[in-house]
Design a protein around this ligand. Structure first.
Ligand code: CTP
Ligand code: CA
Length: 226
């Protein structure tokens, strides 16, 4: 079946994708995490591979099957994800950071299961995690860096602010929470926000969102080469 996406327009392009949540250990059985199924990041990895890219997927804990032909690096914590992504970025042309990285992690995770009857579980000291998107964007050079923003309100305004703060090339913004939440869904209604402005896409399958996003990435690569 040769659809339009059988074109190998990303052949030779090395794409790093992050996906899923991270788990920040409180003790061996408890953790802090963000809501994320990983479906969007996995769809992007699969779509990029189908278009000929060499894809590495840094994945937090999900229940998804790895896409065929994609190298998967499994991570658990934000610190693991930061380490893996930083190393792989060195040999990437494009980084698409779709992971829902925890913003804070317990300062001193316990090495044994905390017992609520006799140990403090109602206060956990947290420290901020490293901002992978911001760091990679700052050192990107000619590489293309794409971030995501899941917002419950003022989606485009928040994404424009995030684009400036993170310094990336593009933000994929979507609305979460409420009836039309993207979480766990196979469809998504997003806006692509860049310095040139915001483009709102209709509700699409995540595979289609991935292809529109990769069209944009292809264009940015062409502009930088030309
Ligand atoms: N991100 C990251 N490293 C972090 C936190 C976020 O790389 N420690 C990336 C995410 O993968 C995503 C983007 O930054 O591509 C935006 O994440 P988001 O949580 O929306 O932004 P924050 O800057 O963490 O702001 P907030 O959660 O307060 O909205
Ligand atoms: Ca965050």
């Amino acid at each position: 079946l040769l659809g339009s996406k059988s074109r190998q327009d990303l052949a030779g392009v090395r794409v790093l994708v992050t996906a899923g949540p991270t788990h920040e250990a409180i003790d061996p059985v408890r953790y802090i995490a963000n809501e994320s199924s990983g479906k969007m990041g996995y769809s992007i990895a699969r779509a990029a591979r189908l278009r000929g890219a060499e894809v590495t997927l840094v994945s937090g804990p999900t229940s998804l099957r790895p896409p065929a032909g994609v190298e998967v690096v499994d991570v658990v914590s934000a610190s693991d994800l930061h380490r893996a992504a930083t190393e792989l970025f060195e040999v990437a042309d494009v980084a698409i950071l779709a992971a829902a990285v925890a913003d804070y992690t317990p300062a001193a995770p316990a090495d044994h299961k905390l017992k609520k009857a006799r140990e403090r579980l109602d206060r956990i000291e947290l420290v901020e995690t490293e901002d992978v998107l911001r760091e990679l964007s700052a050192g990107r050079g000619r590489r293309v860096v794409v971030g995501f923003a899941a917002e419950t309100e003022d989606v485009v305004e928040n994404a424009e602010e995030k684009l400036r703060h993170k310094g990336c090339d593009l933000i994929v913004a979507n609305k979460v929470g409420g009836a039309d939440s993207a979480f766990g869904s196979d469809t998504d209604e997003v806006a692509l926000v860049s310095a040139a402005g915001a483009e709102r896409l209709p509700r699409l399958e995540k595979a289609q969102v991935a292809d529109v996003l990769l069209d944009r990435v292809r264009r940015i690569l062409d502009e930088r080469a030309g």
